[in-house]
Ligand binder design. Structure first.
Ligand SMILES: Nc1ncnc2c1ncn2[C@@H]1O[C@H](COP(=O)(O)OP(=O)(O)OP(=O)(O)O)[C@@H](O)[C@H]1O
Length: 492
């Protein structure tokens, strides 16, 4: 028996065509002419979130399931309506439960189902974006289930028992506590295998699910890595790699002296790391992610001072059609929030570009995004710093804690200043994309490194796996000369 998919029926998405030799058909069936018979059978797929979601993200009844399912499904609100602005999420605010009352739907099933649906959607999107990936439906139903099985195994491997986290944190004791955010506290712990982790104990099931779903498929050196998660009754926790050097906010505003923050070169390298993390979310992640809460306290620094974007509780999947996607409410942090997004409520990647611009201004000037002026009045960094940069006066607002820039750093800092100003343009369309930002910062950084340590420059470019871009980037930075043409940059 051969199985072909998709079928050549009119609704080919939902049917699998099976070609059967007539010799194997029982005699009591009326036999058609020819050596084989073609049968189209409906494929049973679990309903996906997108099928149950309307354009505005609200839950509505399912479109007819793709094919006949053994269970009938209904959509019910997962959580009560949000109270606060930042907590008010209108999307994915539901779970899919079987209407058959004999089937239990505990919280574990809820998370499992939601992740399963999300990952199914991820597979679909990946298939549409990547030429190498063949969608299971286009291949065979078996490969669909084998991919789903792999995903379930990943979910199971990453799911930690509560007992293990309680043991590692001494019952979430104060001694282990290292921080507190809007949705819960963070604890430092060492797991049995010796791995150091930060455990974020989430107070909100919804924030937990949003962050878990966003992080599950992300994998980039400038995005915090999710080690695992725990969901047990009312206990929700996310387990991250522990970042030894804390947050960028601490280094800019809390710590007295820090090696990283006392050099312009180091600051530019951190800026490049952050930009690359956000670019990954916007351009390479599938589905695309809009972080919506980029700020210095959401940037972590690991033991090698590599910066990583974290805290995805406000993140959103980028809509297919930005123009028609209006949010009921906006979320973010004052001082970093894009004013256009605040007024138009449109979800676009330029929201993160604006916030990143504020982070750049903070790194250049050392002022907080929202701070008090000499008269004790609240002032936005954008209102204060941008006019200086616009008038070529950046030297008047550079962070005095950093030694004066060297000649090459001076050019670099001026360039980063102009980039920051472009990022915080009032209109999103006037702001650069994250890829343009990365390319600019890369050029700036290459120019600095070129004067510092050519060996390290080559290593860094290779590390970033930009080999194929390296020549172009280097050529752009040096005005035409490519890496291979430059004998100083040939590897020994
Ligand atoms: N992986 C980690 N490694 C080291 N420290 C961490 C890690 N994750 C979080 N922290 C610490 O815990 C603090 C709280 O983090 P959390 O994400 O809960 O809140 P936040 O981002 O500071 O605030 P908000 O929720 O308002 O955005 C951080 O500021 C940081 O100091």
């Amino acid at each position: 028996m051969e199985i072909f998919s998709p079928a050549r029926s009119s609704d080919s998405e939902n049917y699998l065509e099976i070609i059967i030799p007539n010799s194997s058909i029982p005699h009591f069936f009326p036999l058609p002419n020819g050596p084989t018979t073609s049968l189209s059978i409906p494929i049973i797929f679990p309903p996906t979130i997108s099928e149950t979601q309307t354009e505005d993200g609200c839950s509505k009844s399912n479109k007819t399931p793709r094919a006949e399912t053994q269970l009938s499904y209904s959509v019910v609100p997962l959580l009560p309506p949000a109270k606060s602005q930042t907590d008010n999420r209108n999307s994915e605010n539901y779970e899919i439960i079987p209407t058959d009352p004999s089937i239990s739907t505990g919280p574990r099933r809820t998370i499992g189902t939601a992740i399963f649906n999300h990952l199914t959607e991820f597979l679909k999107l990946k298939s549409s974006n990547s030429p190498k990936f063949t969608h299971p439906k286009k291949n065979s139903i078996l490969s669909f289930f084998s991919a789903a099985k792999d995903l379930i195994e990943i979910i199971e491997r990453k799911q930690f028992p509560l007992q293990m986290l309680l043991k590692a944190t001494n019952n979430f004791s104060e001694d282990h506590k290292i921080g507190k955010g809007c949705f819960g506290s963070v604890y430092r712990a060492t797991l049995d295998g010796g791995q150091e982790v930060a455990i974020k104990r989430q107070g909100s099931a919804r924030a937990f699910l949003i962050e878990l779903k966003a992080l599950f498929h992300l994998n980039h050196k400038n995005v915090a890595c999710l080690v695992g998660f725990c969901e047990d009754g009312n206990e929700y926790a996310l387990v991250y790699e522990y970042m030894k050097n804390g947050t960028l906010h601490d280094h800019l505003h809390e710590l007295q002296s820090t090696p990283l923050m006392s050099s312009w070169t180091a600051r530019i390298k951190v800026a490049l790391d952050i930009a690359r993390g956000i670019e990954y979310l916007h351009v390479y992640a599938v589905p695309q992610i809009i972080h919506r809460n980029i700020k210095t306290s959401n940037i972590l620094l690991d033991a090698t001072w590599t910066a990583k974007v974290f805290d995805f509780c406000l993140s959103e999947k980028a809509p297919m059609d930005f123009k028609s996607h209006h949010l009921d409410c906006v979320a973010g942090t004052i001082g970093y929030m894009d004013p256009e997004y605040f007024s138009l409520r449109q979800l676009t990647t330029k929201i993160d570009v604006y916030s990143f611009g504020v982070v750049l201004l903070e790194m250049l000037s050392g002022y907080k995004a929202l701070h008090k002026n000499e008269n004790g009045e609240q002032r936005l960094i954008v209102d204060f710093i941008v006019p200086f940069i616009a008038q070529d006066q950046i030297h008047r607002v550079l962070d005095p804690r950093v030694p004066p820039p060297t000649p090459v750093e001076r050019k670099a800092v001026a360039h980063v200043g102009s980039l920051a100003v472009a990022c915080v343009s009032l209109k999103g369309r006037d702001r650069p994309s994250m890829t343009e930002i990365v390319n600019n910062l890369m050029r700036v950084w290459v120019q600095i490194m070129e004067t510092v340590n050519q060996e390290r420059l080559v290593e860094y470019l290779e590390e970033l796996q930009l080999k194929e871009d390296t020549n172009n980037c280097y050529a752009a930075a040096l005005g035409g000369e490519t890496l291979t043409q430059n004998p100083h940059l040939e590897r020994q």
